[in-house]
Design a protein around this ligand. Structure first.
Ligand code: ADP
Length: 179
C-alpha cells in the first residue's frame, strides 16, 4: 500500500529491512549503539563489522535522536541509527520520543541529500511499544515532516517484519490519510 505526502511516496511493505536498496535504512538501536538483538542484530550481521567500527566512534545516541554510518556490505549506502523509547505506560513521553526518532532520521537523510529511506517499526519489539499506537505515530510524523519541510526525500518505505504489524500500519495509513 502507498500514499503520497507532498513530493514523497510513503509505502508499506512486509519484509526484511536488511535487503532494502534504499539510500539509507534506519536501525532501531539502543543508547550505546554497540549492538543488540532484533533488527539491530540483523543489520549488523548483514552489514558486517564496518558499521560497528563506525558506531564505536559515535559515543552513543540519546533516545529520540539519530546518527548515521556507512551501510557496510548492505545494499543501502547508509544506516541511520535511531534510539526509540522503552515503553512504560504511554504517558511518559513515549509518543514524543518515537516521533522524534522519525523526524531526526528524516532530517539526517535530508542533510546528506538522500532520496530514499526505509524504516522498521521502531520500539515495537524488545522495547514494548504497542504496534497499533506506534504505527500511527510513525506515519503521522512522516506525513507532517513532508508537509512542513522542504524535503528532497522521494520515498519513505516502512518495512514491516510480520503480518500483524503490517496490518496495523495499513489501518493507520488509511485513517491518517483520510482525515
Ligand atoms: P526495539 O528495541 O526498538 O523494540 P526490535 O528490533 O526489538 O527493536 O524490534 C523492532 C521491530 O523490528 C519489531 O517489529 C521486529 O519484529 C522488527 N524486526 C526484526 N527484525 C527485522 C528485520 N530484519 N527487518 C525488519 N524488521 C525487523
Amino acid at each position: 500500500m502507498k500514499r503520497t505526502a507532498n513530493q514523497a511516496t510513503v509505502e508499506l511493505l512486509q519484509g526484511d529491512i536488511t535487503q532494502q536498496e534504499t539510500d539509507a535504512i534506519v536501525n532501531a538501536a539502543n543508547n550505546s549503539l554497540l549492538g543488540g538483538g532484533g533488527v539491530d542484530g540483523a543489520i549488523h550481521r548483514a552489514g558486517g563489522p564496518a558499521i560497528l567500527e563506525e558506531c564505536r566512534r559515535l559515543h552513543g545516541c540519546a533516545t529520540g535522536d539519530a546518527k548515521i554510518t556507512t551501510g557496510g556490505n548492505l545494499k543501502a549506502r547508509y544506516v541511520i541509527h535511531t534510539v526509540g523509547p522503552v515503553y512504560r505506560d504511554g504517558r511518559s513521553g513515549e509518543p514524543d520520543a518515537l516521533a522524534s526518532c522519525h523526524w531526526r532520521s528524516l532530517e539526517i537523510a535530508d542533510e546528506r541529500g538522500l532520496e530514499t529511506i526505509a524504516f522498521p517499526s521502531i520500539s515495537t519489539g524488545v522495547y514494548g511499544y504497542p504496534f497499533h499506537e506506534a504505527a500511527g505515530v510513525a506515519l503521522m510524523t512522516v506525513k507532517r515532516y513532508m508537509e512542513d519541510c522542504n524535503s528532497g526525500i522521494r520515498l519513505v518505505r516502512f518495512v514491516l517484519f510480520n503480518q500483524p504489524v503490517y496490518d496495523a500500519f495499513e489501518n493507520a495509513m488509511i485513517q491518517i490519510w483520510e482525515s
